[in-house]
Every structure is written in C-alpha cells, then in structure tokens.
Design a protein around this ligand. Sequence first.
Ligand code: NAD
Ligand code: GCO
Length: 261
Amino acid sequence: MSTPMRESRDGGSPMKVLVTGGTSGLGLAMASALAAAGATVALTGRSGAHAGSVAAELPGAVGIELDVRDEASVARAVDEAWSRLGGVDMPVNNAGIGMRTVNPRFMTHPQSFWDVPVDGFRAVIETNLTGYFLVARAVTPRMLAAGGGRIVNISVNESTMHRAGFVPYGPSRAGSEALSRVMAADLRDTSVTVNMLLPGGATVTGMIPPGVAPEDWNFLEPAVMGPPIVWLASDDAAGVHDERIVAVDFERWLHERNAGR
Ligand SMILES: NC(=O)c1ccc[n+]([C@@H]2O[C@H](COP(=O)([O-])OP(=O)(O)OC[C@H]3O[C@@H](n4cnc5c(N)ncnc54)[C@H](O)[C@@H]3O)[C@@H](O)[C@H]2O)c1
Ligand SMILES: O=C(O)[C@H](O)[C@@H](O)[C@H](O)[C@H](O)CO
C-alpha cells in the first residue's frame, strides 16, 4: 500500500497489532501483510508454542497463547501483549469457528436449525460472539488510558445475508456485528475507533471443507484481507469509525469515501 504505516503514540515505534486466531487463514494473512508493512504483530493461538513457531516466520512478530472463550486466558494474553510489545494499538478480533463445527457438509447439504446440536450452537456463539466481547472488554480500557487505539472486528457475509442452513454461524456473526455497532456508539468521541472488515465471500481456509467447490461459491484467497487491514493501520484511517469494509470492494469503497470527503 502507498499509505505509510501509522506510528504509535510513543514516538515513532511501529504500529502494534494483536491478531486473534492469527496462526491460520485470514488471521495469518492479515498478520503477514501487517508485518511486511512494518507493524509489530502479536499473533495468538490456543497453543502458545504453535503461535510462537508461526510468529517466528514473520519479521518482528511474537506468538501468544489465547483462548477467546476463556476470560482468564484473555487477561493473561493481553498482559503478555502489553509487556512484550509495549502496548497494543490495534486489536483484531478474528478467531472464530465456522459451520463445519455443526455440519461438516454445510456447503452441499444445508442443515435446518432444528437439527443443529445444542452444544455446537453454544460453542459457536461462545467463540464468535462472546470471544469478541471478552477481547474488546480487556483491551479497551488500556487503549483509552494509553491515548487511543483501533479495534477491528472481522465479519462475514452471512451476518447480513441470511442463507438457509447457517445456524449458528450467521447469528453468531450478526451478533458480533451488532456488538461492533454498539461498541462504536459507546466509544464515539473517544480516542478508540471500531470498524468491521470482511472478505466478501467464502475464503479458502480451515473453515471450508476440503474438496468442496460448488460453482455458486466464489472462493477468495485470504490475501484479499492484506490491503484493507494495512490501510486500517495507516495514518489515513486514523479517523475512520463504525465502518463495515468489504475486502473485495475495498478499492472502490476507498475511492468513494475519498471522493465524498
Ligand atoms: N473462511 C471464510 O470463508 C470466511 C469468510 C468470512 C469471514 N471469515 C471469518 O474469518 C475469521 C477467521 O476464520 P478463517 O476462515 O481464517 O478460519 P481458520 O479456521 O483458518 O481460522 C480461525 C482461527 O481461529 C482460531 N480459534 C478457533 N477457536 C478459538 C478459540 N477459542 N480461541 C482462540 N482461537 C481460536 C483457530 O485456531 C484458527 O486459527 C473468522 O472470524 C471467520 O468468521 C471467514
Ligand atoms: O460469505 C462469507 O463470508 C463466507 O461464506 C463465510 O462466511 C464462510 O461461508 C464461512 O466461514 C464458513 O463457515
């Protein structure tokens, strides 16, 4: 990207970013793009050792153990991020579990909501909605005290496009979008911004069952998340608040936004 990576408030050090679920898929693609653009990245995973080995491949990155369902784990991880990075300017809520959790054949054999196992429903809500809340709840007071920050919540098409067979994934991400909007309202006129970013289509990651490629699913590569997440960390995005940015339409979105300013 042409826009320079925003500098942290401590006088010239790189932007400090924490990406949950950063060891694979969209999280790893964003962590890689941010590290390549000069950010200091903490990528987290449920296994600290695995997160450390993935981080070792990225310039300046560190790996941290974090289970987003567990409040104590979130608190430990946030403490560790603050001590190892010297703070966090941009937490990226990305960790999640998808439809495979309740229906491994969801792309070809949609399951009606009454057949969804209750424990699977609870697991998806706990990870995808409660997890975003726990991380944001832990980092926001620290970012406010430090003078600012930018929360990014990763979202999905199914949060607004209510397809058959997408319980509980669609409702979990509709919930995390509503959470983003309310967080943005709570944080309006503060130094912390909240935005959503989504790829704009099914993306080839662990969420997609192997060997599935129906013609009506236009698969994207995780790399589509690189330009918009790097832009969200740049000076140009400092005042951007309460936006829902779709990665495949990002260039057009940016053009229209700049034209409207
Ligand atoms: N793949 C898609 O089609 C697609 C499309 C739009 C949005 N998304 C969103 O992208 C995000 C990342 O998903 P992905 O597609 O990269 O899949 P993925 O399975 O590759 O990545 C999800 C990551 O979250 C981690 N995770 C799961 N449960 C966790 C927990 N309790 N604590 C901490 N980490 C946990 C996993 O270990 C994994 O690294 C999700 O929020 C998903 O809703 C995915
Ligand atoms: O349009 C979208 O955003 C995608 O369809 C995703 O939501 C995937 O289908 C999901 O990750 C599978 O669990």
